[in-house]
Design a protein around this ligand. Structure first.
Ligand SMILES: NC(=O)c1ccc[n+]([C@@H]2O[C@H](COP(=O)([O-])OP(=O)(O)OC[C@H]3O[C@@H](n4cnc5c(N)ncnc54)[C@H](OP(=O)(O)O)[C@@H]3O)[C@@H](O)[C@H]2O)c1
Length: 254
């Protein structure tokens, strides 16, 4: 339990599975009184996660939105305004590679989808949620970058990687703007996490070679990333601003 989270309301996007689900449940276990989750296409997952949040003693509800279009992001902002106007902790976790595609074939629509989902949604959800945080003089925003932002990504993932580099960059911009107003903004940058994301986009051979390149000798877990997000939401990280924390088993050390 983290006493500083008592009475706080959190919103975690992309929490129907994976890192977002682990984060939402961890925030509830750590003492948040309300953890609202967002999902897109997997209501069964969202329902299971709200069950685990209730078991941990927090109030919850799940909100659906496709965040891969500007209209979807605008619609979700309206939903958030109506249902959870006073968010203390925002975890901008929803994201996806969407589809592997090389420069030669890359469609314009895919470019927009990847950037809207991973980058635009983080910026505009922060724009939506930060005024209430500023008003209270307390708030935390955690964005999801990726190791791909550092190495340019695997095959066909250049635009996904660029979107995650943009997330690391706006994390600094948001942090500078909001620090003096009591709102801390940071990001996490997971390495390869053993979950649905890579079941969908990577082969066993790709994952085996990742393990070989990782000093820790294994892939990451959802909980390892969630624990770092929880740290960034806690007072233990109270003097950390604008940072992107690497969680990658030692693959990149600087
Ligand atoms: N897994 C990794 O190795 C890794 C590494 C670095 C960074 N990350 C980042 O970590 C974050 C969480 O990913 P994960 O690993 O937990 O992947 P995941 O298990 O595939 O979960 C992705 C989450 O994002 C949501 N999402 C996907 N497309 C969406 C859309 N169009 N609109 C709204 N929500 C959408 C999904 O919702 P539904 O399932 O309900 O559709 C799901 O809840 C992402 O930002 C990802 O880029 C992951």
């Amino acid at each position: 339990m983290l006493p500083e989270l008592k009475g706080k309301t959190a919103l975690v996007t992309g929490a129907s599975r994976g890192i977002g689900a682990a984060t939402a449940v961890s925030l509830a276990k750590a003492g948040c009184s309300r953890v609202v989750i967002h999902y897109n296409s997997y209501p069964e997952g969202a329902q299971a996660v709200t069950g685990r949040i209730r078991e941990a003693g927090a109030e919850t509800e799940s909100l659906q939105a496709d965040l891969a279009t500007p209209a979807g992001i605008r619609g979700f902002r309206e939903t958030v305004r109506a249902r959870v106007p006073e968010i203390d902790i925002l975890v901008n976790n929803a994201g996806s590679l969407v589809q592997r595609s090389s420069l030669a074939d890359f469609p314009e629509e895919l470019f927009d989808k990847v950037m809207d989902l991973n980058f635009r949604s983080a910026w505009f959800l922060a724009q939506e949620c930060s005024p209430a945080m500023v008003k209270k003089g307390w708030g935390v925003i955690v964005n999801l970058s990726s190791i791909a932002a550092r190495h340019g990504g695997g095959p066909g993932a250049a635009i996904y990687s660029a979107s995650k580099a943009a997330v690391a960059c706006i994390t600094k911009g948001m942090a500078k703007e909001l620090a003096a107003k009591g709102v801390r903004v940071n990001a996490v940058s997971p390495g390869t996490v053993d979950n649905h994301f890579h079941e969908k986009f990577s082969t066993k051979e790709m994952l085996d070679s990742m393990v070989k390149m990782t000093p820790a000798g294994k892939l990451g877990t959802d909980q390892e990333v969630a624990d770092t997000i929880l740290f960034l939401c806690s007072d233990a990280s109270r003097f950390i601003y604008g940072q992107t924390l690497e969680i990658n088993g030692g693959m990149y050390m600087v």
